[in-house]
Design a protein around this ligand. Structure first.
Ligand SMILES: *[C@@H]1O[C@H](CO)[C@@H](O)[C@H](O)[C@H]1NC(C)=O
Ligand SMILES: *[C@@H]1O[C@H](CO)[C@@H](O)[C@H](O)[C@H]1NC(C)=O
Ligand SMILES: *[C@@H]1O[C@H](CO)[C@@H](O)[C@H](O)[C@H]1NC(C)=O
Ligand SMILES: *[C@@H]1O[C@H](CO)[C@@H](O)[C@H](O)[C@H]1NC(C)=O
Ligand SMILES: *[C@@H]1O[C@H](CO)[C@@H](O)[C@H](O)[C@H]1NC(C)=O
Ligand SMILES: *[C@@H]1O[C@H](CO)[C@@H](O)[C@H](O)[C@H]1NC(C)=O
Ligand SMILES: *[C@@H]1O[C@H](CO)[C@@H](O)[C@H](O)[C@H]1NC(C)=O
Length: 338
């Protein structure tokens, strides 16, 4: 059950971990508002047939059931390590965690899992394909929510976390289900990196990631808004950071790679992505990442693709970092005025 899901998540983090990153720099005088908001779409397009999943996305997925208003539903925090990796002293030794949410209907005894992950695995979400017949780099970067019946206790418990974090009514669950459908239709692509000016709290964030843990955090917030009561326990999440000076906007696919585009810039971006071609084999892919890691750091440049647009990141020390830090559970609050 959820094999593919887990594998997907694993990929995602494996890469992230390695993930090296990038960039360029600028002075904070652009007047832009940061972080750049993640773009929502009016609907989810069918992926291009070029994008072929190695592992079927959400093979045991099912529609979200309707609960009775008075049912009592427990919300479970699900977290499990997907990858451990050591890369010299630079990255150290990391536990990369995948996050999901479990639900248990205490009246029916049925339980469910929801997780958000890549349709075509992490490599495809992080780096594009350079197709000879196409001018622009080609991305298979969709991510989506997968809901299925059951919770694989052993998977989450053994080296991870399976813990009740909140209790709510069936009515709240049903409201969440409506929200998830909409969130799933409008937030369609995966984003590996969080890009910040430097490590630490309270520093400028240029871009937010959009991954499995962000889905969990977003859903918790919604549940609190709908009336779920959360416990006060420490909840930590893995995040993959890139550090850079103020990013520079470069353009979108048409403006850069189209007939009126800047050919020099187009070829610089393609050259940047060339060593990162998504590979079929995980091992091969990780090795190719390792090989380019140093060169990315040396040149202090990264070309970030975000909202289907390209940005230059002037990379700064320590370039890339993986953290496992607390993000508190939400406290109950009334919905925003409508
Ligand atoms: C990444 O995308 C390519 C192109 O569609 C596909 O052949 C490959 O299977 C994908 N990788 C994985 C791990 O799904
Ligand atoms: C989210 O969208 C994907 C892709 O269309 C779909 O397979 C999945 O079932 C949807 N998830 C939910 C919870 O609706
Ligand atoms: C989920 O349900 C299955 C089947 O009844 C059970 O084996 C498992 O312990 C339950 N897990 C949780 C966390 O409720
Ligand atoms: C838990 O960790 C141990 C030691 O690293 C490993 O052998 C085992 O397969 C892990 N279990 C699961 C369910 O991932
Ligand atoms: C790409 O950028 C150009 C120039 O800024 C703009 O006119 C065009 O609408 C953009 N295309 C898309 C698909 O956003
Ligand atoms: C084209 O891109 C290159 C590389 O980013 C830049 O140096 C050059 O100024 C650009 N040319 C124009 C006309 O914008
Ligand atoms: C969780 O994060 C907090 C601060 O963000 C840190 O002090 C704590 O050590 C972390 N817990 C684990 C198990 O890493």
């Amino acid at each position: 059950m959820a094999r593919a899901g887990r594998r997907g998540a694993g990929w995602c983090w494996a890469l992230a971990l390695l993930g090296l990153a990038a960039a360029l720099g600028a002075s904070p005088t652009s007047g832009r508002r940061w972080p750049v908001p993640y773009k929502r779409f009016s609907f989810r397009p069918k992926p291009d047939p070029y994008c072929q999943a190695k592992y079927t996305f959400c093979p045991t997925g099912s529609p979200i059931p309707v609960m009775k208003d008075n049912d009592i539903i427990e919300v479970l925090r699900l977290q499990a390590p997907v990858w451990e990796f050591k890369y010299g002293d630079l990255l150290g030794h990391f536990k990369i965690m995948h996050d999901a949410i479990g639900f248990r209907n205490t009246l029916t005894g049925k339980n469910y899992t929801i997780e958000w992950y890549e349709l075509f695995q992490l490599g495809n979400c992080t780096f594009p394909h350079l197709r000879p017949e196409m001018d622009a780099p080609f991305w298979c970067n969709q991510g989506a929510a997968c809901f299925f019946e059951g919770i694989d206790d052993q998977h989450w418990k053994e080296n991870g976390t399976l813990a009740v974090v909140a209790t709510m009514s069936g009515n709240t669950f049903n409201k969440m289900a409506e929200w998830v459908k909409q969130d799933n239709e409008t937030g369609i692509y995966y984003e590996t990196w969080t890009v910040q000016a430097s490590p630490g709290k309270g520093v400028e964030t240029w871009f937010e990631s959009y991954d499995c843990s962000k889905f969990v955090l977003r859903t918790y917030e919604k549940l609190a808004e709908f009336g779920a009561e959360f416990k006060k326990i420490e909840t930590n999440y893995t995040r993959v950071f890139l550090y850079s000076g103020e990013p520079t906007y470069l353009g979108n696919e048409t403006s850069i790679f189209g007939p009126k585009g800047n050919k020099t810039l187009a070829s610089v971006i393609k050259k940047f992505y060339d060593p990162f071609k998504p590979r079929l084999s995980t091992k091969e892919f990780l090795w190719s990442l390792l090989k380019v890691f140093d060169s990315v750091i040396m040149h202090r440049e990264f070309y970030l693709f975000y909202n289907f647009e390209y940005w230059f990141l002037p990379m700064k020390f320590p370039f890339v970092k993986i953290t496992y830090e607390e993000i508190p559970l939400p406290t109950r609050r009334p919905p925003p005025d409508s």
